[in-house]
Design a protein around this ligand. Sequence first.
Ligand SMILES: [Zn+2]
Length: 463
Amino acid sequence: MKMSFHNLTVFKQSKVTLRVTLSRFRFEVQVIKVLIARIKHSIHFLAFFLVLPAYVQAQDVPVITTSHGPNSAAQQAKPYVILVSLDGFRYDYAKRYGARHLLDIAAHGASAPDGMVPVYPSWTFPNHLSIVTGLYPEHHGIVANRFYDAQRDASYSYTDPKTNSDGTWYGGTPLWVLAEQQGMRSACLFWPGSEAEIDGKRPTYYVHYDANVPGERRVQQVLDWLKLPPEERPHLITLYFSDVDHYGHKYGPDSEETREAVHYVDEMMGQLALGVKRLNLPVDLFVVSDHGMENVQGDWINLERLAEDLKNFKSEGALMYGPDESSIEKVYAELQRNANGKFKVYRRSQMPSYLHMDNNPRFGDPIIVPSGPYVIRVRPGKDDVKPDKGNHGYDPRTMITMRSSFFAEGPDIRPGVKVPPFENVNIYPVIAKILGLQIGQIDGNISVLGGILAKPSAQSATH
Ligand SMILES: [Zn+2]
């Protein structure tokens, strides 16, 4: 009995063991199944990420071609200029984060180690337009990324295709329009204003703005344009990258993310410079930025809380548009009383002349100038959000971190020349000079930056 009991126990035990073993086996099978499913999923996932870039790489950049006929014979003999903007690339980023390709351009060409001075307000659209028109915002008319025009009773917004592609908002003659008017073909792979017909002209080649076009494809497209037959090949090409600005806003100028974005766009510039060298064409490469970046201090300052009468004003960000002179004067006095050291407030006619803001009603009235990296607006928008970590738009004369970057190299640029800080409206006459284009009345002056140009003898020596 004992034995049988024992046997039974053993049998029971072995049954239990078997059951345990079976259930363990089942469990393990289950685990293996889950693992296989996970691996399958990972493979799909991996394949997605492996295939996606290849897919994107294979995609052509959707270039829109406007027929202007071939380059005139005179234009075909001229050099080529690539003008690149790295949005929000602060003047000290290249050195601080070791952007070796940009530092390499500086070593072989011209640079502004202490930065370039953006126009005020140091926002993206006003500065991009100042770079390509040689005009202060009060003259080219894009006074902010968003603003109101009382005469039109309409607002401009940089993100609205209806307004950003409407040429009637833009004054001045952008470089690509200047080129097209004089029989020289141009191409824009993104640039504020490049999707609009200005002065009756568009670039021969341009692309609707799409932040998702990979940097490598942008660089490749520029190189592809330079491989076109001479009569179709653009002599002026613009190129734009938003990465550094994006991460600067989100994580601040001191973040690891911003450092990585700097390295990414620097890598793109390395690819571009190498690609250009292989073409064996006389190409001058300009790499610039629109403004810098600073760490924001504090939460939103809503001006409406500081001046009661502002409730009757139209507004775009911190720009205010009053219904009549008496309420404008009242708001001005109230804001002055309640500024608390956070900003200065001026009637438009009394703006300091170096800011070049007294001559265009699109700036509104009164006008505030922040005294530090504060985030100021008239009132919250529909979808209120916390302020970004980093911001710009401030006076570059009082805040050095608003300064932008300038690098240039090529057969028409003197090697190793360093220039002191200068206003970005002075780039225009230099590029026009290289391309041999006649310019009209502008705010910039060739005497400011003309010293970076190689003399004709040096030019032929470097060709
Ligand atoms: Zn920005």
